[in-house]
Design a binder for this molecule. Structure first.
Ligand code: 0WY
Length: 378
């Protein structure tokens, strides 16, 4: 029996160092080492990468894209083809978001009612209704190992009344999402999502409401939506201690390496962000010494690789001059190389974090890593 609710707990805490934790989350498709960075697949693919590279870079779990896949090819078609793992060839754990956040950011003509989010498909303009029940059905059809409740995320800054309305609606949708999820086979998980904007009391009410309903894990949503990093970190401080310590905590949409290090320090276990692949496609590399914009002319004659000590071959072997050329020439290989270099760096960072927490040296790791970033690209 778990102290907080009667759902099975598939998360095992291995060590803690201050508020930071390292553990293992067991899913039907494999084990996820935490703290974990989850690369974001788009419509069933990791833009610019083969799944083999995603795995070789050290990723245990990737995100599938509920919003896109439900519109094309449709969740029913993916289910008929054996589910996302079979359909995509990624045979490891997958997490899917509920789709509501993306509706709000990607499609126009959308409306939020008590029952659902309704919107027009950006593909064929068809009217689509995404209720908590339909979102759970789609995530079950996709075969995702970890599903997210349907929620409403408010961009910041926002009026208190709007933040409160969306937080309360999300709690009612949490209840409906959990009921719709109840038929899932053992091992599959559903996470609740804490809302409440930048208002501590609303964050507390949301966290307490979700814990009372009971989930396999808890996400902190409604952040990385325009607020300064200090506000994001303050809301983590208000929320994480109010979530069951034996269950996983997932900070949605975050973030830069600096965001991740600060959030791990405050007790976060899981992250997702499009930044490594998106910045890679735009010519920006993440390295041990900070970000390097390879579009910059200063790299044109530089024979050095990005990082001679990197465990990732392309980061250790490709001359900056070559990467600069590929990016300027708009060669697809440029986007591919920088995407894999960035995913590999994020996984290198996560492995360093996990090792440091396990050894009780997270504080030193935290300080040294930030100094290396501040050194900047030599
Ligand atoms: N349900 C839900 N999802 C959220 C997401 C989407 C997380 N990524 C899903 C993933 C699924 C597959 C496709 C891609 C997205 C967020 N992303 C961000 N910030 C991103 C900030 C950002 C960072 C870099 C670049 C652009 C935007 N804040 C978020 C808050 C919430 C939230 O409250 N509720």
């Amino acid at each position: 029996m778990n102290p907080d609710n009667d759902l099975p707990n598939h998360f095992e805490l291995l060590a803690t160092d201050g508020a930071a934790r390292t553990g293992r989350l067991t899913t039907p498709h494999g084990v996820v080492r935490t703290p974990a960075f989850m690369p974001v697949g788009t419509a069933g693919a990791m833009k610019g990468m083969h799944w083999r590279e995603v795995r070789d870079a050290g990723a245990d779990i990737v995100l599938g894209n509920t919003y896109h896949l439900m519109l094309r090819p449709s969740a029913e078609r993916i289910a008929a083809l054996g589910g996302l793992q079979k359909f995509t060839g990624w045979n490891g754990p997958m997490l899917t978001d509920s789709g509501g956040f993306q509706v709000m950011s990607l499609s126009d003509l959308r409306k939020v009612t008590e029952n659902a989010v309704t919107f027009r498909s950006h593909i064929d303009g068809a009217k689509v209704e995404l209720s908590p029940e339909r979102s759970i059905e789609v995530q079950r059809l996709l075969g995702s190992d970890i599903a997210m409740q349907m929620d409403e995320c408010v961009r910041l800054p926002a009026e208190r009344a709007d933040i409160e309305r969306a937080m309360q609606l999300s709690l009612r949708w949490a209840e409906r999402s959990k009921r719709a999820f109840e038929s899932a086979p053992d091992g599959y998980m559903l996470f609740g999502i804490v809302q409440g904007g930048d208002i501590p009391q609303l964050r507390h009410a949301s966290a307490e409401g979700l814990v009372a309903i009971g989930f396999h894990g808890y996400a902190i949503g409604g952040l990385a939506v325009g607020e300064p990093q200090a506000v994001m970190l303050a809301m983590i401080d208000e929320t994480a201690p109010r979530l069951p310590k034996e269950r996983p905590r997932y900070l949605m949409g975050v973030g830069t390496p600096d965001d991740i290090l600060e959030a791990v320090k405050r007790g976060i276990d899981m992250f997702d962000c499009v930044m490594p692949t998106r910045n890679g496609r735009h010519g920006v590399a993440f390295t041990r010494f900070g970000q390097v914009n390879l579009r910059n002319a200063r790299h044109a004659d530089d024979p050095r690789p990005l990082d001679e000590e990197s465990s990732w071959p392309s980061a250790r072997n490709c001359a900056r001059a070559y990467l600069h050329h590929l990016v300027k020439a708009g060669e697809t290989l440029g986007a591919m190389l920088l995407s894999e270099i960035n995913i590999a760096y994020y996984q290198f960072l996560m492995q360093g974090i996990r090792n440091a927490i396990a050894q009780g040296t997270f504080e030193e790791f935290y300080q040294r890593t930030r100094e290396d970033w501040a050194r900047g690209d030599i």
